[in-house]
Write a protein that binds this ligand. Structure first.
Ligand SMILES: C[S@@+](CC[C@H](N)C(=O)[O-])C[C@H]1O[C@@H](n2cnc3c(N)ncnc32)[C@H](O)[C@@H]1O
Length: 342
């Protein structure tokens, strides 16, 4: 395959992901086309998962190059991030009268999936990107990709650094990082946001703009039926919304505020408390329930164990970030407390 045809495959796939709305056939075709080019050039593919290594950081796990490559194939995640980032770039270019806009992409993986496909839609005098990843193998693969796809004119500095401690040495209009799992478990997304956002100018855009965790009581049969039936044939479906547990965004980066106590209503038909992750990428582009692995609902607590009065949730940071809770049960003779963690 020659360079020119690789370049046109990447350009067409990017445009198609921006334009294809919810046409999953086109979406799949486009991420597969990107994957074929990126895996062939870099030599990194999800087939190597398990043979290369994650890096364990004090703030969470930085997943291996092959696992990071696999993220590309999560088609709706990739499409929605590319659409949000494309809109953010357009907005910044429109408001910028002098020189290119500057982007920091932290946690690139070996393919730079969330930025590389978009570059052909702009010229290097409009957009300049600095790249950062903790994993040197990923960065080496990405350099190869950038060379082969003739994208060097768009790239500024390449940092092999920890995004949770990295000091920004210049102004950025946009910073991007997707280093997360559902319920903000295991990976260092929150720590990355806590480090980078305060170093940005107030008008800079951080992507994703917000990550929300919400709670609801659910009925296991209704939840199962919902996945089994077509929407118009499904039996009645209901959940008991319990509201927002916490959100992480520009205004809320303090771990002490990532907590909430939620009263549990007496709803015997809805015994399973689930947590739902929503990722607001930019503007109206967002990922919600079941759109991707990073927004999969999580069964958090089964109230059939013991009738429950309220549950206090809080977020724990460190090597294994996770949501923890204290479940306060209804007194039979005395009130009991159960610790629960995800
Ligand atoms: C979930 S993958 C995402 C890859 C790609 N950005 C995408 O969205 O398809 C996360 C990437 O971030 C990197 N990473 C995770 N934590 C990091 C940290 N603290 N500093 C720098 N890179 C980090 C990992 O090495 C991995 O390449």
């Amino acid at each position: 395959m020659d360079k020119t045809s690789d370049i046109s495959i990447v350009r067409n796939a990017a445009q198609s992901l921006l334009d294809c709305a919810d046409d999953f056939f086109l979406m799949k075709q486009s991420v597969d086309a990107l994957y074929n080019v990126f895996s062939r050039i870099t030599g990194v593919s999800p087939a190597h998962i398990g043979t290369d290594k994650d890096i364990m950081l004090p703030s969470g796990k930085a997943i291996s190059p092959s696992a990071a490559a696999h993220c590309l194939l999560e088609m709706k995640r990739t499409a929605v991030f590319l659409r949000g980032i494309h809109q953010a770039i357009l907005q910044k270019i429109e408001n910028n009268t002098s020189g290119p806009i500057h982007i920091l992409y932290a946690g690139t993986g070996p393919y730079g999936t969330l930025v590389i496909p978009l570059l052909y839609l702009f010229t290097p005098d409009k957009i300049q990107v600095d790249l950062l990843d903790i994993n040197p193998v990923s960065l080496e693969a990405l350099r190869k990709l950038i060379d082969e796809l003739q994208l060097n004119d768009y790239i500024g500095s390449v940092f092999c650094e920890d995004a949770t401690t990295f000091t920004l040495s210049r102004h950025y209009d946009i910073a991007i990082s997707e280093t997360m799992l559902a319920c903000l478990k295991s990976e260092p997304q929150v720590a990355v946001m806590q480090n980078i956002i305060p170093q940005l100018q107030p008008e800079a855009i951080f992507i994703p703009e917000e990550i929300c965790i919400d709670a609801a009581l659910t009925n296991p049969k209704m939840e199962q039926d919902r996945l089994l039936y077509y929407e118009n044939e499904a039996p009645p479906f209901r959940r008991i919304a319990l509201g927002n547990v916490f959100a992480v965004n520009k205004q809320n980066l303090d771990t002490d505020r990532m907590q909430k106590t939620i009263e549990i209503p007496d709803e015997k038909d809805f015994p399973v408390l689930k947590l739902f992750t929503t990722v607001k990428v930019f503007g109206s582009e967002q990922l919600s329930e079941n759109d991707s692995s990073i927004t999969l609902p999580v069964n958090f607590y089964d109230l059939r164990k013991q009738p429950t009065l309220h549950i206090a949730f809080w977020y724990v940071q460190g090597e294994k970030p996770h949501i923890e809770s204290r479940v306060v049960c209804k007194p039979a003779l005395y009130q009991t407390e159960i610790m629960n963690s995800l």
